[in-house]
Structures are given as structure tokens and as C-alpha cells.
Write a protein that binds this ligand. Structure first.
Ligand SMILES: *[C@@H]1O[C@H](CO)[C@@H](O)[C@H](O)[C@H]1NC(C)=O
Ligand SMILES: *[C@@H]1O[C@H](CO)[C@@H](O)[C@H](O)[C@H]1NC(C)=O
Ligand SMILES: *[C@@H]1O[C@H](CO)[C@@H](O)[C@H](O)[C@H]1NC(C)=O
Ligand SMILES: *[C@@H]1O[C@H](CO)[C@@H](O)[C@H](O)[C@H]1NC(C)=O
Ligand SMILES: *[C@@H]1O[C@H](CO)[C@@H](O)[C@H](O)[C@H]1NC(C)=O
Ligand SMILES: *[C@@H]1O[C@H](CO)[C@@H](O)[C@H](O)[C@H]1NC(C)=O
Ligand SMILES: *[C@@H]1O[C@H](CO)[C@@H](O)[C@H](O)[C@H]1NC(C)=O
Length: 408
């Protein structure tokens, strides 16, 4: 396989130079982003300009720079009365939103033992993270928690990007009508098309396995439903159709403006108040971790590198999921046994007489025509799967599914 690194580099520079307001030296990630990828892969990080049109939810009575009291009132209404929330803050009609966004994506090609270079794993991170979720390094001593490393070891190319409003990607001012799930789905769709068309790293990919975590799984699910031919297989990590635990996630996470919680990382970067993060490492723990099955370093790293989510994203997450009747590839769900938002901390708590053995297995109902549907529930694991001690073992299980999916 040949990867034209020089060309990629030049493309990266060219892409950045045409960006009107986005300056990559203005590090919006708020931490040292000098790590581009694991030691066993050649990784190329690049800024892409994507021309995106999406059919968005129209919010009303909101202000991206509202104060904390006002933002808290929205959370309160959202978590207690959806009917009231919809009436007060959403208009009945959707609106078309068109913009060009700067997005930072990273392609990693194994240094050794590469398998078929026309196969790619397409990785979408969730709320609280950026694409470094897939290259998680709790401290500088081990790469065992890096999924990109595990994938490269197994011979696979990966592509991941920082979702709009996270990491090194652009942070639009409008945290409601612009940065929300239909925009994210349109971006995820565009990147998948670019992977197919050879627009990323000059590599044309014939087979794509879409892999998400949490809100990244929501987008992957929506992508497989809306564009069933773009993905060959789907792996949904940290996911289910049961929303009981979501009612704990937002209030328990105590989401507050990133600029107020961590001014050292986020102030003076043009980030609006309605971009929110967990108020402390412990509210981050409450949502993402299962004690004591993670290291202190993993919790600290997760908090130190935490990325904001907009209220627009948090309030529209469920809007894009739909029945993927047209999807015919294999589907695999991997959710930690003690996941809070998607299993309310017990993935086996199905109702009496349930046709399914566990909560993630209900996802099968969204895939009536999938070629194969399977579930893996790592023990002693919370929502932030990649940050738990179980991660290396979970990656081997995920990669078995990936092997199978690419063999079809
Ligand atoms: C926050 O904003 C609301 C609505 O604009 C206003 O009523 C309230 O006084 C403000 N509170 C503070 C502490 O600024
Ligand atoms: C919903 O709105 C109604 C009418 O304004 C109000 O009486 C009720 O208390 C609200 N309920 C909640 C849970 O916010
Ligand atoms: C890891 O390395 C980075 C970059 O060299 C450095 O900024 C960071 O402090 C190190 N972290 C730890 C936990 O040693
Ligand atoms: C970073 O970029 C934002 C948005 O373009 C801008 O408002 C802010 O002033 C910049 N900060 C620095 C330190 O350049
Ligand atoms: C959804 O989760 C709740 C809380 O764990 C559980 O009680 C309920 O049985 C689950 N429902 C289904 C359909 O799995
Ligand atoms: C999805 O569609 C299939 C076929 O129309 C139907 O059997 C299934 O119940 C639907 N699933 C959901 C979750 O609506
Ligand atoms: C279904 O998928 C699993 C991987 O998750 C694979 O091991 C198994 O062989 C597949 N079953 C069939 C019938 O293809």
C-alpha cells in the first residue's frame, strides 16, 4: 500500500490556509494534542473543510451565551418534562442549515502487517470526548488502551475525527440551531462518502465498518439507517435503546459551561457558554466509570482532556435514531455491564418475560434485516468502555467481529 504522506501534508496545509476563521494553532482541544497516533501506525492529522446542509431542529427562547442559571433551567425542564421542553424551547418545524465546517480528522495506517488496505474502520466518538477516545492513553506508559493501536496491531486502517465543537474541530457560536445531531449526522455521512471516494489520504476504501461509542453509536446507527449502503457493518459501543439511565446522566453529570469549569483550557477561544462539560472529575466518574475497575490515571486523563458538548447536541441526540430496515450487514453491540446512560448500571435488568436476554440485545429491533446480530457485554465496565481495565480484552473481542465483517 502506498500512502503519499507529502501530498497529505500539503493538502493539510492547503485546507487550513483556506479556512476563513479557523486557526489550528489556536488549540481549542485545551490539552497537549502533539500525540497524533500510536507508535505502530503512520498517522496523518488533517483539517477538512466540509460543505454541509442539514435539516435541523429549530430552538426558540435559547441563547448560546445564556448564564448558568438559564442553562440549568433548560436541563431541569428537559429531564423532568419533555412535553414542556418541546413547547417552550422548540419550534414545530425544522429548518435547513447550510455551512462549511472545519473538522480535524486522523487517518492511521499500520506500519507493519497491514491487511487489505481497501478496508477501513470508521470511528465516531461520543459526548465528553474527542477522537482521542479511540487513542486513549491514561498516562504515557502504555498504549494498551488505544483502540487505534489494537486495530493497527491487527492490520487495520482507521479513520477518526473530532466531532463539530470538540477537539481541534471548529466550535460554531450557535450551540443550538447549528451544533446538534442532524448536523453531526450530515457530517458523519459526508466523511463516509469521502472514505469511499478516495478523498481521505488518497486511499479508496471498498469496505467500511462503522464503529461508534455512545453518541457516536447514535450517529453510526442513524447513518446505517439513512444510508444503508455506505457502511458494510456496524459496531455500536456503549449503546442500547433503553433510555432509563439517560435521566440520571445529565443531572448526575452536572454539566456546566466549559469556559466556567476549566477557564485555563477553554477561555478566550471563542467557545459559547452552552458548550458544557462535567463540573468535576467525580461527576465525570458518575457518568462514565465503574469503580474500582479503572486506574486513577484513566479518570484523571478523561477529565483533563474532556471535551464540551453543546446543549443542542444533548437535547437532540434521540432525534436521528431510526429503524434501519434497509441495512443488511452484520451488527454488533458492545456495552459495559455497568453502563449508566444505556443500562442504568445493569445490562441484564430486562423485564420479566422479555424475549431478549439483556438490554443491549433490544437493538436487534432496529435491524430487522441485519445479516447477523450479536452482543458482547464486558464485565466490570462502565459507559467509558475504553478507559476501563477491561479495554484491551474488549478490543480483542471487537476486532474478532471486525475480522468477520471484513471477511464477508
Ligand atoms: C441569568 O439570566 C436570566 C435570564 O436572562 C436572568 O433573569 C438572571 O438574572 C441572570 N442571572 C445572573 C446571576 O446573571
Ligand atoms: C409543565 O408546564 C406546566 C404549565 O406551564 C406547569 O404547570 C408544570 O408544572 C410543568 N411541569 C414540569 C415538570 O415542568
Ligand atoms: C505525557 O506526555 C505529554 C507530552 O510529552 C506531557 O505533556 C504530559 O504531561 C505527560 N503526561 C504524564 C501523565 O506524564
Ligand atoms: C481562538 O479562536 C477564537 C474563534 O475564532 C477566537 O475568538 C479567539 O480569540 C482565538 N483565541 C486566541 C488566543 O487566538
Ligand atoms: C430498561 O431499563 C430499566 C432500568 O434498568 C429496566 O428496569 C427495564 O426493564 C428496561 N427495559 C427494557 C425494555 O429493557
Ligand atoms: C422496524 O421495522 C420492522 C419491519 O417493519 C418492524 O418489525 C420492527 O418492529 C421495527 N422496529 C422498531 C423498533 O420500530
Ligand atoms: C455472527 O457474528 C459473529 C461475530 O460477532 C460471528 O462470530 C459469527 O460467526 C456470525 N454468525 C454467522 C452465522 O455468520
Amino acid at each position: 500500500m502506498r500512502l503519499a504522506r507529502t501530498n497529505l501534508y500539503l493538502l493539510g496545509l492547503a485546507a487550513t490556509a483556506t479556512a476563513a476563521e479557523f486557526n489550528p494553532t489556536n488549540n481549542t482541544a485545551g490539552y497537549d494534542t502533539s500525540r497524533v497516533g500510536p507508535s505502530n501506525a503512520n498517522c496523518q492529522r488533517q483539517t477538512y473543510q466540509l460543505d454541509i446542509t442539514s435539516n435541523n431542529v429549530q430552538f426558540q427562547n435559547v441563547d448560546s451565551n445564556a448564564n448558568q442559571t438559564y442553562l440549568t433551567a433548560l436541563f431541569q425542564t428537559f429531564t423532568t418534562s419533555m412535553t414542556n421542553f418541546t413547547q417552550m424551547y422548540e419550534k414545530p418545524d425544522k429548518q435547513a442549515v447550510h455551512n462549511t465546517y472545519s473538522l480535524s480528522g486522523t487517518l492511521c495506517v499500520p506500519k507493519k502487517g497491514a491487511k487489505d488496505p481497501s478496508n477501513v474502520q470508521y470511528l465516531l466518538h461520543g459526548v465528553g470526548f474527542d477522537s482521542s477516545y479511540w487513542d486513549f492513553v491514561p498516562d504515557n506508559s502504555t498504549e494498551d488502551y488505544s483502540y487505534v493501536h489494537a486495530a493497527a496491531d491487527a492490520g487495520y486502517v482507521t479513520f477518526r475525527y473530532d466531532r463539530l465543537g470538540t477537539g481541534l474541530s471548529e466550535h460554531p457560536q450557535d450551540a443550538y440551531n447549528v451544533v446538534q445531531s442532524p448536523t453531526d449526522l450530515a457530517i458523519a455521512t459526508k466523511f463516509a462518502q469521502m472514505l469511499r471516494n478516495g478523498d481521505i489520504g488518497n486511499m479508496k476504501f471498498n469496505k467500511i465498518v462503522g464503529i461508534g461509542h455512545s453518541y457516536g453509536s447514535v450517529q453510526t446507527q442513524a447513518l446505517s439507517a439513512a444510508s444503508p449502503d455506505l457502511l458494510n457493518a456496524v459496531l455500536l459501543q456503549g449503546f442500547s435503546m433503553n433510555s432509563t439511565g439517560q435521566g440520571v446522566f445529565l443531572p448526575g453529570g452536572d454539566y456546566q459551561p466549559a469556559v466556567a469549569v476549566a477557564p485555563n483550557r477553554f477561555a478566550n477561544k471563542g467557545i459559547a457558554n452552552a458548550y458544557v462539560v462535567n463540573q468535576s472529575p467525580y461527576t465525570n466518574q458518575l457518568d462514565f466509570f465503574y469503580f474500582p475497575y479503572f486506574s486513577d490515571a484513566a479518570l484523571q486523563r478523561s477529565y483533563d482532556t474532556e471535551q464540551p458538548a453543546t446543549q443542542g447536541v444533548l437535547f437532540t441526540q434521540a432525534a436521528i435514531m431510526q429503524n434501519a430496515t434497509g441495512f443488511r450487514g452484520p451488527v454488533h453491540v458492545v456495552t459495559g455491564a455497568q453502563d449508566l446512560p444505556f443500562c442504568n448500571r445493569d445490562c441484564y435488568a430486562v423485564p420479566r418475560g422479555s424475549p431478549f436476554p439483556n438490554i443491549p440485545a433490544y437493538v436487534k429491533m432496529l435491524y430487522p434485516n441485519a445479516r447477523n446480530f450479536s452482543v458482547y457485554i464486558p464485565a466490570n465496565t462502565g459507559h467509558g468502555v475504553n478507559a476501563h481495565y477491561s479495554a484491551p480484552e474488549t478490543y480483542q473481542e471487537m476486532l474478532q467481529f471486525v475480522d468477520y465483517a471484513f471477511s464477508l
